[in-house]
Design a protein around this ligand. Structure first.
Ligand SMILES: C[S@@+](CC[C@H](N)C(=O)[O-])C[C@H]1O[C@@H](n2cnc3c(N)ncnc32)[C@H](O)[C@@H]1O
Length: 235
């Protein structure tokens, strides 16, 4: 039996001043380092809800989940994960930008959605490739802006995810709709080609391991959420 939760409930309940505070911090950091931040505003509650699918939808009897969120930013997706977590679940929140990592630490003390999971959460203020392989996860939720990275970086990160995922574990990540089309018009040729190579690699992994993709229009910009599953047995 599966349990589902159909609304974005607690995520939409964020106060306007809290939303503005997060958006201001996100925007400031995006101006400073757009390459790593990848967007100018945090993800929407609808995208957070979609990204937390495999934390929320699981058999009632299942063991607690070990979860990793990569690129937690100002906690937009983290709130979706937190709202779906159950007692005993744990989550590692990985964030390379120290401003964002410090913000997440503070939210774990004060935020109405995040404070309840504080005892189950650990913030790692580091690059994901510094996390090491002496760990295993049931669910990985990645908010990294793959479209800004080189194909080698994305391959290393996806290989790492599949190394630390348990067999049968889930990886969820998102990409923005129409990025390739927009880049074809405005980007320099080298940047367009770099992104094309990255998206071919990502598409190859989706073709091999994808179990579902959903469009989320209620986000700026609209996004595609991809859910992949590591095979139970290595092929
Ligand atoms: C597109 S933002 C997503 C933020 C948030 N999850 C959201 O959806 O609003 C990408 C985030 O990944 C972080 N990031 C980028 N590269 C990273 C890396 N190699 N390891 C860990 N975090 C990284 C950035 O600092 C940024 O916070």
């Amino acid at each position: 039996m599966s349990e589902t939760q159909s609304t974005t409930g607690p995520l939409s309940a964020l106060r306007l001043d809290e939303r503005l505070r997060d958006t201001r911090l996100f925007f400031t950091q995006a101006l400073r380092t757009f390459h790593a931040t990848g967007s100018i505003v945090p993800s929407s509650p609808a995208l957070a809800h979609a990204m937390a699918e495999h934390v929320r939808v699981r058999p009632v009897s299942e063991e607690p989940l070990r979860i990793m969120e990569v690129g937690a930013g100002t906690g937009a997706i983290t709130r979706g994960i937190a709202a779906a977590m159950r007692p005993g679940d744990t989550v590692d929140l990985v964030e390379a930008n120290p401003e964002f990592a410090g913000h997440i630490e503070r939210l774990l003390e004060t935020d109405p959605v995040l404070a309840p999971i504080a005892p189950q959460a650990t913030v790692h203020a580091m690059l994901v490739d510094e996390m090491g392989t002496d760990r295993t996860y049931d669910v990985i939720v990645s908010g990294l802006p793959f479209a800004n990275f080189t194909v080698d970086t994305v391959r290393d990160i996806l290989d790492y995810y599949f190394e630390v995922l348990r067999p049968g574990g889930y990886l969820s990540f998102y990409g923005y709709l129409y990025t390739k089309e927009v880049k074809a018009v405005i980007a320099r040729r080298e940047d367009y080609l770099r992104q094309a190579r990255t998206s071919w690699l990502v598409q190859d992994r989706i073709d091999r391991y994808g179990i579902r993709s959903d469009k989320v229009f209620a986000n700026v910009p609209p996004a595609f959420v991809h859910h992949l599953r590591k095979p139970e047995k290595s092929s």
